[in-house]
Design a binder for this molecule. Structure first.
Ligand code: AMP
Ligand code: ZN
Length: 456
C-alpha cells in the first residue's frame, strides 16, 4: 500500500517514494534543552513517531534511519546558566534526561540517532566556509551572515514574499547585514558569555546560529539529501527555509524531498507557548494522567490540524483506552500473529490519518466484544498489531484495569510496605499508608490471601 504524505514544499499530498528503500531517512527538529517540554512540544515527536513506525513496517525496521536532534547551545540555555549560576552542560544534561523520560512515557520510540549540536561544530564551520567560498555568505561585524539575495529560489518552502520574510526574520542586532533578510550562520562571542558556549573558528570565537545546526547534523548522520524532514508549523519560516538555503547552496542538491509540518496545540483556543505563559508541562501532566492517555489525546486529531488540549479530551481518551483494554482483557487467549488490520494501515498511509486509524481500532474492539471465543486469537492479534503501529496497548490489560500500570507498581509497593509495617507491629506506619492511599481514592482490602487494592 502506498504511503501518501502532504508535502509543504509542493503543497499537495504525494505518494511517498524514498530515494533508496534500503535506507529511508527522516529528520525531525528536536528540543532546545533549557527547560521542561510542554505538551505542544510533544506533538511533533508523537506524530512523527507514528510515521517512523509506519515506515519501519513498510520498509523493514533495519531500513529506516530516523534522527531527532538535541539543541544544546542557544541563547536561552546561556541565559538559564547565567540565571541559575549552573554550568551550561549541567542544565542541558538535566533537561535532556527529563525530555527523554517524558517522551518515553508518551510511547515515543528512541530515534536511530540523537545528534547533539555541540558535537557537530566542526561540520557547521565546514558548511559556513563552503557558503563563503561559493559567494552565499559573508563575514559581518558580529559574525557570519547568509546572503539571502544570492539564492534565486529563497522562500520556496514558505512561499512568503520579500516583505513578509523581512518582517518575520528573527530580530537580530543587524550585525552589519547587507540585506535585512540575511540571517546569522555564526555569532561572534559576546563578553561574559560562558567558555562552554564558545568555539574557535576562522571568524573568531563564537557559536553557531540555530539553523546551521540542523543543516550540519542532518548531513552528518543522514546525508546531503534526506527523504523526510519534519517539525512544527512554526518552523517552516524561518528555520526550515534557512536550513534549505544553507544546505542547498552548500551542496547543490535538495536538502529534503518531503517536508512535513504539524499543526499547533492550543489551550482554551490560544496557542500554547512559553512566552504566553499558558503551558502545561508534560512532566506535570504525567503526575495526573497516564502517558498512554496523553498519547491517544495527541493522536485524536489529524497531525496537520490544530488540537485544543482540554480536560474533557483527556477524559475521553482515558475512556477510549479503558474500552480497548477491556476488550483485550475479555479475550483471555494467546494472540495470533496477525499483521496490522488493513483499515488501520490504510488510514495511516493516507497522510497519517490517526483519527481514522483510532476509529478502526475502536470498531475492532466492538467486534471483539460481540465475538465468539473462536475468533479471539485473530481479533486480539489484530488489536495488538494495530496498537504496535500506533504506539498503544502495550500494557498488561489487568494492570490497566487496576489503574495506571506504572502507578500500579507504585501502589503495589506501598501496599507491600504496609504489610511489612503490620508484621513488625508498626501500626502507626501501616495506618499512615492506608490513609495516604485513601486520599488518592485507593482502598486496601485485607483478606486471608493477603492484601489487595482497588480504586473507589
Ligand atoms: P521549541 O523547543 O520551541 O523549538 O519547539 C520544539 C518543537 O515543538 C518544534 O518542532 C515546534 O514546532 C513544536 N511546537 C512548539 N510549540 C508547539 C505547539 N503549541 N503545538 C505544536 N507544536 C509545537
Ligand atoms: Zn531544525
Amino acid at each position: 500500500m502506498d504511503i501518501r504524505l502532504h508535502n509543504t514544499l509542493t503543497r499537495e499530498k504525494q505518494v511517498f517514494s524514498p530515494e533508496n528503500p534500503q535506507r529511508v531517512t527522516m529528520y525531525v527538529c528536536g528540543p532546545t534543552v533549557w527547560s521542561y517540554a510542554h505538551i505542544g512540544n510533544a506533538r511533533p515527536p508523537v506524530a512523527f513517531d507514528v510515521l517512523f513506525r509506519l515506515l519501519q513496517m513498510k520498509y523493514g525496521a533495519a531500513h529506516v534511519v530516523y534522527a531527532a536532534n538535541i539543541t544544546d547551545v542557544d541563547d536561552k540555555i546561556i541565559a538559564a546558566a547565567a540565571e541559575t549560576g549552573r554550568p551550561v552542560g549541567e542544565i542541558t544534561a538535566l533537561y535532556e534526561t527529563i525530555y527523554r523520560e517524558d517522551m518515553g512515557a508518551l510511547g515515543v520510540t528512541e530515534p536511530t540517532y540523537r545528534p547533539h549540536a555541540t558535537d557537530h561544530i566542526a561540520g557547521m564551520i565546514e558548511i559556513i566556509q563552503t557558503l563563503i567560498d561559493k559567494g552565499h555568505a559573508y563575514a559581518g561585524r558580529d559574525g557570519v551572515l547568509f546572503d539571502v539575495p544570492s539564492m534565486a529560489d529563497y522562500g520556496k518552502l514558505s512561499g512568503r514574499n520579500r516583505d513578509e520574510m523581512i518582517a518575520g526574520a528573527r530580530v537580530e542586532v543587524d550585525g552589519g547585514k547587507k540585506d535585512p533578510a540575511d540571517f546569522a550562520l555564526w555569532k561572534a562571542a559576546k563578553p561574559g558569555e560562558p567558555a562552554e558556549a564558545r568555539w574557535d573558528s576562522p571568524w573568531g570565537e563564537g557559536r553557531p546560529g540555530w539553523h546551521i545546526e540542523c543543516s550540519a547534523m542532518a548531513k552528518a548522520v543522514l546525508g546531503e539529501t534526506i527523504d523526510i524532514h519534519a517539525g512544527g508549523l512554526d518552523l517552516i519560516f524561518p528555520h526550515h527555509e534557512n536550513e534549505i538555503a544553507q544546505s542547498e547552496c552548500a551542496h547543490g542538491k535538495p536538502m529534503a524531498r518531503y517536508w512535513l509540518h504539524n499543526g499547533f496545540l492550543s489551550i482554551d483556543s490560544e496557542k500554547m507557548s512559553k512566552s504566553i505563559g499558558n503551558v502545561k508541562l508534560v512532566h506535570d501532566l504525567l503526575k495526573h494522567y497516564d502517558g498512554e492517555t496523553m498519547r491517544l489525546a495527541l493522536m485524536s486529531a489529524h497531525y496537520r490540524q490544530p488540537l485544543d488540549w482540554t480536560e474533557s479530551l483527556l477524559d475521553q481518551s482515558k475512556t477510549t483506552l479503558d474500552r480497548l483494554y477491556n476488550a483485550l482483557r475479555r479475550m483471555d487467549v494467546e494472540a495470533e500473529d496477525t499483521g496490522a488490520p488493513k483499515g488501520v494501515v490504510a488510514a495511516l498511509c493516507d497522510d497519517l490519518n490517526t483519527p481514522q486509524a483510532l476509529a478502526e481500532l475502536s470498531a475492532l474492539a466492538t467486534e471483539a466484544n460481540k465475538s465468539e471465543a473462536a475468533d479471539w486469537p485473530r481479533l486480539k492479534g489484530q488489536m495488538l498489531a494495530a496498537g504496535r503501529l500506533l504506539g498503544l496497548l502495550h500494557k498488561n490489560p489487568e494492570d490497566w484495569a487496576r489503574g495506571d500500570a506504572s502507578d500500579a507498581k507504585r501502589i503495589d509497593a506501598l501496599v507491600a510496605q504496609r504489610i511489612d509495617a503490620r508484621q513488625q507491629k508498626d501500626f502507626a506506619a501501616a495506618d499512615q499508608i492506608r490513609k495516604a492511599l485513601a486520599e488518592e481514592g485507593i482502598e486496601i482490602m485485607d483478606g486471608p490471601q493477603g492484601s489487595t487494592w482497588r480504586r473507589v
